[in-house]
Design a protein around this ligand. Sequence first.
Ligand SMILES: Cc1cc2nc3c(=O)[nH]c(=O)nc-3n(C[C@H](O)[C@H](O)[C@H](O)COP(=O)(O)O)c2cc1C
Length: 430
Amino acid sequence: MIRRASCQSDNTFSVATDTAIVRRNAQNHDARYGKDKFHLSIWYDEPANLMSDIVEHGGPSPLWLCPGKGNAVTQKGNVMSKSLIQLLNTTYPLIQAPMAGVSTPALAAAVSEAGALGSLGLASASLDQAASMIREVQSLTRKPVNVNFFCHQPTVADPVANQAWLDHLRPMFDEFGATPPSELRDIYRPFPGYAQMLELVLETRPAVVSFHFGLPSQEYIDALKNAGIVLMATATTPAEARQIETAGIDVLVAQGYEAGGHRGVFDPENGDAQFGTFALVHMLAKQSSLPVVAAGGIMDGDAIKAALALGASGVQCGTAFVLCPESAANDAYRQALQSERAYDTRVTITLSGRAARGLRNRLYIDEPSAARPATPGYSMTYDAAKALNAVASARGNYDFAAQWAGQAAALARPMSAAQMVQTLADEAGW
Ligand SMILES: Cc1cc2nc3c(=O)[nH]c(=O)nc-3n(C[C@H](O)[C@H](O)[C@H](O)COP(=O)(O)O)c2cc1C
């Protein structure tokens, strides 16, 4: 166990373990000075170096070793992934999930200022909105921030299917004295092929960019990498993880079936393997050379420790940040998350046209049947649900609202983003 650590003015440092003092030169450590605490991490490039310290000096317990990933042992004696926090340039291996429509520049900035990685979900943003959100977050913090895009195949409009879906929803519009829209739009423009959005990103240069629902072209990936941007992508299966690794992405976000929001599945036509976070993270950590970030059902330090014990280099939490005052969640969403409804999350395609997990509502009828025709596809189904929610919520009814949340939603805690980051870090023992 590490008992004491100190750093000298000549940049050498010493660490007292139970049985000996370990000395290293500056290249092997990273010292950070927090507001009220001194934090020293020792990097072990090779597990063998840590092992030799254990043998020679009775140093940290090998139980703290995350095989093959490179480790940092904190002053408290806990392991943090070297590769992830170095790559992301954060204090903690913790990412606030990008949440289109819910994450805000204020949330992302507060998270990044607190030492984790704040994210903006820009999938639903127009070019102008994306520009103003990126500029706003950059005016609020100089710390790294992640900017996230969707990479889905655009839906080919099928007017017959669209009309059948609108007819299906008509009685629900009737309840509010409203009529369904006359046509449905594909409201989420994918990042692949969106040259102006790529230009905006290259111009504003967020530290990190992440992708959901697949990947953009190699040309886009190379352009972002050449600009020095760290890239992350969601994998829901080992096969998707291999594609991500082959494309030269830096970090794998392993999204389990527990996760709130949209399933990051590359090709929904192939079905969804529905790997849980536990199994997926464990497999990817063993099979991939990339740092693996666990996402899905992680709400507190116990879950973070479990993910790291399975080989994750860090975690990405979405639902845990929805109750932060800095999020864009409305009162109805906040109340629902803190009610019994939080125990009833389901995955459905009927809200948006792609599988997503949220608090169950009146649109959650999963199997096509006489009671429900096939959905028009992503994101036209979402256009219809948003129109229905707009008329219903204007009359105080939230039965049709998309309230995305993960399986552990009932563990959500209302607190500021900075408090949430510090609480998770403290609970994780960082
Ligand atoms: C409200 C909400 C919105 C989300 N939107 C996005 C998004 O825009 N882009 C994305 O990559 N992931 C999105 N996700 C999924 C998260 O990246 C992550 O996989 C998930 O939040 C992890 O599960 P948890 O919510 O149980 O922490 C969203 C999740 C939530 C809860």
